[in-house]
Design a protein. Structure first.
Length: 229
């Protein structure tokens, strides 16, 4: 008669028990890590909020309030023929407190100025005797070209560098002075580059094409202004 041997189930029981213990251990470790992270975040949140509040106090965002009342001082009709526009960039240095003790009291800034200059001819200044017709030829003496606009582009202009002395907090009017000087320099740069001559020539070319297209004249001649004695 054949004798049955008992099954060797003990190793399986031991293996299953070990796996269960390991699973419980891993679960407890993961839960502990998640709780530690949550507590760390709870502690760090007030510090972050405090840092944000301090930053807002130290570097506040400016509040712009516009007065709703609008006062119109003057309304004037214009007959300006804009014929050219220059875009100018200049580097402006403004400084106060120089001298022997400049390292103590100096305030110096380097300003990058971007500006626009527009020139043309003001046709409102055209007088009746400036226009003559002889033998179906139109003679015109245009007013001299002039600058209509010379303005600073505040969106593109900026302070590149500023150097203050040890004992000074800076001159609050220095940037304003630099901006005013920039507008003058931008205007002068355009003048030095001959903007008025180009504006005058462009005006004559434009009016010539316009008047000739009308077909009423055989030619249009622009006269130069008579030199003043």
């Amino acid at each position: 008669m054949e004798t049955r041997r008992p099954k060797n189930w003990l190793p399986w029981v031991l293996t299953g028990g070990i796996l269960i213990i390991l699973g419980v251990g891993v679960f407890m470790i993961v839960s502990a890590v998640q709780e530690a992270i949550r507590q760390t975040q709870e502690v760090a949140r007030p510090v972050t909020e405090l840092s944000t509040q301090v930053a807002r106090i130290m570097r506040p965002t400016p509040t712009i309030i516009v007065d709703p009342v609008v006062i119109i001082r003057q309304v004037r009709s214009l007959a300006r023929l804009e014929t050219i526009q220059y875009t100018v960039q200049r580097v402006i240095t403004a400084e106060v407190g120089g001298g022997a003790f400049s390292f103590l009291f100096r305030d110096r800034l380097l300003f990058i100025a971007h500006g626009t200059v527009i020139a043309g001819v003001d046709l409102e200044k055209l007088r009746p005797d400036d226009i003559q017709v002889r033998d179906n030829v139109l003679y015109i003496q245009l007013p001299e070209a002039e600058i209509f606009v010379a303005s600073l582009d505040n969106e593109k202009s900026y302070i590149y560098d500023r150097d203050r002395g040890i004992l000074t907090r800076g001159d609050i009017q220095l940037e304003t002075a630099a901006r005013r000087a920039s507008e003058k320099e931008i205007r002068q740069s355009a003048l030095d580059d001959g903007i008025l001559g180009v504006a005058q020539q462009n005006a004559e070319n434009f009016l010539y094409r316009l008047l000739m297209d009308l077909g009423d004249y055989s030619d249009v001649i622009f006269l130069k202004p008579t030199p003043q004695p």
